[in-house]
Design a protein around this ligand. Structure first.
Ligand code: CP
Length: 335
């Protein structure tokens, strides 16, 4: 495995095999599988789960890792091309990335969307400009439009909680958040659930439609898997017989890159906070998922996070197991 960048790069069977390997590494640990291997971790955007779970994954497999991020005691990282570096930053990303990569056997990179022009973010301009600098195997730890490690963990979580694949009803819902957040998780989640074969409904207010290429990619995956994809602004219609609701906030696509206009639109939807009333016509045992971090009382009510519907903690733990499977494949474990 030279790159883990997008679930779409793999077949349904290959993803299932990774999910199975994640489960096996949990029940049958392999503490020497990656002995002597090093994973470089470059975080150009903040993290808790990804940062901790990759380090834990490497330790559990017998390898090691190191982390570099701009807020550490480094020389100030310049990311702009064609700039005269006569300001604070004394190191350019064009040297930093290959140097960091050269210390490891693989590199994980996190670089969020610029959120200025949607065409650039859909084309993964920023993330690709970094991976073009290296020959080392790499892992996408969240880019403008993808979060494959989250999606692999989410697939495993759906399996762990016996959510049906074909015939399973998955609601990906926008939720209120005071900031315009990236599209990476909703885009990746939609594709993952469609690829798994579920009937996926994107529930969102007007102005927050996911971009056409994102929808199209999921529709194609659903055609292959026997699932389906649709979107609506009608909560009751979306939630009917739902097995799971996956909440996430994202930026307004109508006003992408225009923060004041986005703010004005999102403030009309303060009521999009998931609480028990959302589940009236869902399956009795319908579950709640979220990639975390999540704002309590804003995105979701305490009664949901603290109640039996929430599976956000096992979902987060599955990040570590899913990444162990990816690292095992990438860095030469025996199976
Ligand atoms: N879900 C997720 O990627 O969490 P972090 O941003 O904390 O890594």
């Amino acid at each position: 495995m030279k790159a883990f960048n997008d679930l779409a790069d793999y077949s349904h069977e290959e993803i299932r095999a990774l999910v199975d390997l994640a489960g096996r590494l949990d029940s049958h640990p392999e503490p020497e599988a990656l002995k002597g291997k090093v994973l470089s971790l470059l975080f150009l955007s903040p993290s808790l789960r990804t940062l901790a779970s990759f380090q834990a994954a490497m330790v559990r497999l017998g390898g090691g890792s190191f982390v570099i991020s701009p807020d550490m005691s480094i020389h100030g990282l310049e990311v702009r091309d064609g700039i005269v570096m006569d300001g604070v930053a004394a190191e350019h990303i064009r040297e930093a990335v290959p140097v960091i990569a050269s210390y490891g056997d693989a590199i994980g990179i996190r670089a969020f969307a610029d959120r200025k022009k949607i065409e650039n973010d859909l084309a993964e301009t920023r993330f690709n400009s970094l991976t073009e600098l290296i020959d080392t195997p790499y892992i996408n730890m969240e880019s403008a439009m993808n979060h494959p490690c989250q999606s692999l963990a989410d697939w495993k979580t759906l399996d762990d909680f016996d959510m049906p694949a074909n015939g399973g009803k998955f609601v990906l819902s926008w939720a209120y958040h005071p900031k315009a957040l990236p599209l990476a998780v909703p885009a990746a989640t939609l594709h993952m659930a469609a690829m798994r074969g579920m009937d996926v409904t994107v529930l969102r207010p007007e102005g927050f439609e996911l971009p056409a290429p994102v929808m199209q990619k999921a529709i194609f995956a659903a055609e292959e898997s026997g699932g389906s994809v649709r979107e609506t602004a009608d909560r009751r219609e979306a939630m009917e017989d739902a097995h799971v609701i996956y909440a996430k906030s994202w930026a307004s696509t109508r006003h992408y890159g225009d923060r004041p206009a986005d703010q004005k639109l999102r403030e009309q939807h303060l009521g999009w906070c998931v609480d028990e009333s959302w589940f009236g016509n869902a399956k009795d045992d319908a579950r709640f998922m979220h990639c975390l971090p999540v704002r309590r009382g804003v995105v979701v009510a305490d009664e949901i996070l603290d109640g039996p519907r929430s599976i956000v903690i096992p979902e987060a733990r599955n990040r570590m197991l899913a990444q162990m499977a990816v690292l095992h494949r990438m860095l030469g474990g025996t199976s």
